[in-house]
Design a protein around this ligand. Structure first.
Ligand SMILES: Cc1cc2nc3c(=O)[nH]c(=O)nc-3n(C[C@H](O)[C@H](O)[C@H](O)COP(=O)(O)OP(=O)(O)OC[C@H]3O[C@@H](n4cnc5c(N)ncnc54)[C@H](O)[C@@H]3O)c2cc1C
Length: 348
């Protein structure tokens, strides 16, 4: 008997596994690598929604928890995964500059928006109106993070790399049983794969496909993340991650010609130097209609839980939500209504 079975080893599943380790609970993780949202993600964390100049929901708390969480993993696995880097928003007009200053006056945004215009020159970027700098930003290199954490799970025999078949789950008052493994609880962290899960099929997980590139651009001397219609993130050695597109129709993980054309056009709007596409990825973000995560406990089965709906912000959300779900299961601490799946309980 283990304490938990976790289905999914993306950002959500890993955050929950790590929370269990911190609390001396035993677990196994099951994953068949059928979804890759966490692996392909840009990995940016940014407390400000730049399109609307509003603070990300619960940004302060999430940033603080994420900082501690990723630092602890870096120390444990002896690898850097969290790269603190400024995000620059390029201004296209005086009006945009004025909007930035107005936003930076708001108490919720003041800690995150610098109040001076940056006129740094990058050879391949024309920015006559300068940039605004968002503070407390950076990116998680999700490929390094997943590679190292999955290796750590494998070394400890905590990872089973097979497809989870929901029909084989046996439920019981005190425990669940899956293929001979008994567990006090099961947590589903399947990302967009949730659509195959009969226990949570009533939840409105939407799914928004995104495509990204890694490009090589030797003449792009960028040392910060630029975020306008797409982000450009320097990886070193003349390589940059660029993304992402948003597609609400196609729910596959396959890169498309359409996505490629869109990204190429967007890149050309920002940089004037040559670039070569080194890799082209795609994944489906587990987005929700009301833009809030889906966490909590099944209405009928008290030992079946979900950690999903991390949407476009898995890096910041995962550590905080894993803690909240854990406290709700083990300590009976109520979840915030905005994220609790109870908001979708069928009442009739
Ligand atoms: C193009 C793109 C760019 C993004 N950029 C950013 C960004 O810059 N910053 C940010 O914070 N977020 C970003 N995101 C969003 C972020 O990636 C997601 O919020 C996050 O990865 C979701 O993590 P998850 O663990 O819930 O889902 P996933 O990463 O999809 O993990 C789910 C796991 O469950 C497994 N699974 C599912 N079903 C089964 C089954 N039946 N049996 C076994 N295993 C199963 C899958 O194989 C997968 O490993 C981006 C996403 C995309 C696609």
């Amino acid at each position: 008997m283990v304490d938990y079975i976790i289905v999914g080893s993306g950002l959500a599943g890993i955050a929950f596994a790590e929370t269990l380790l911190q609390n001396n609970k035993s677990f196994v993780v099951i994953d068949n690598h059928s979804q890759n949202s966490s692996r392909v993600a840009g990995g940016l964390y940014n407390p400000v929604i730049l399109k609307r100049f509003s603070q990300v929901w619960n940004a302060n708390e999430q940033l603080q928890l994420a900082d501690v969480f990723y630092k602890r993993i870096e120390e444990k696995l002896v690898v850097q995964v969290d790269f603190k880097l400024p995000i620059y928003r390029k201004f296209f007009s005086i009006e945009e500059q004025n909007n930035w200053f107005a936003a930076s006056d708001k108490p919720a945004l003041a800690p995150f928006l610098s109040t001076s215009i940056i006129h740094k020159k990058y050879a391949a970027i024309d920015a006559p109106y300068g940039y605004g700098e968002v503070l407390h930003t950076g990116y998680l290199n999700t490929t390094i993070f997943l590679d190292h954490y999955l290796k750590y799970l494998r070394l400890n025999n905590w990872l089973i790399e097979v497809k989870f078949e929901h029909s084989a789950l046996l439920t019981n008052e005190e425990y669940v049983e899956y293929m001979g493994t008994k567990a006090r609880h099961i947590v589903f962290a399947e990302g967009f794969g949730m659509h195959a899960n009969p226990f949570f099929k009533h939840l409105p997980l939407d799914g928004t496909k995104g495509e990204l590139f890694i490009i090589r651009a030797p003449d792009l001397d960028l040392d910060v993340i630029i975020n306008t219609s797409v982000f450009i993130l320097p990886l070193g050695n003349d390589l940059f991650k660029v993304g992402a597109t948003y597609n609400w129709e196609d729910k596959s993980n396959t890169p498309t010609e359409e996505g490629k054309q869109e990204l190429v056009e967007r890149i050309k709007e920002i940089i004037s130097c040559d670039f070569e596409i080194v890799k082209h990825f795609a994944g489906v973000r587990p987005t929700v209609k009301d833009r809030r995560p889906l966490i909590g406990t099944h209405a009928k089965y008290k030992n079946i839980h979900i950690l999903n709906g991390l949407g476009t912000r898995g890096v910041m959300l995962a550590p905080a939500l894993a803690l909240d779900l854990y406290a709700s299961i083990e300590e009976g601490k109520p979840l915030e209504k905005a994220v609790d799946i109870k908001r979708y309980n069928i009442t009739s």
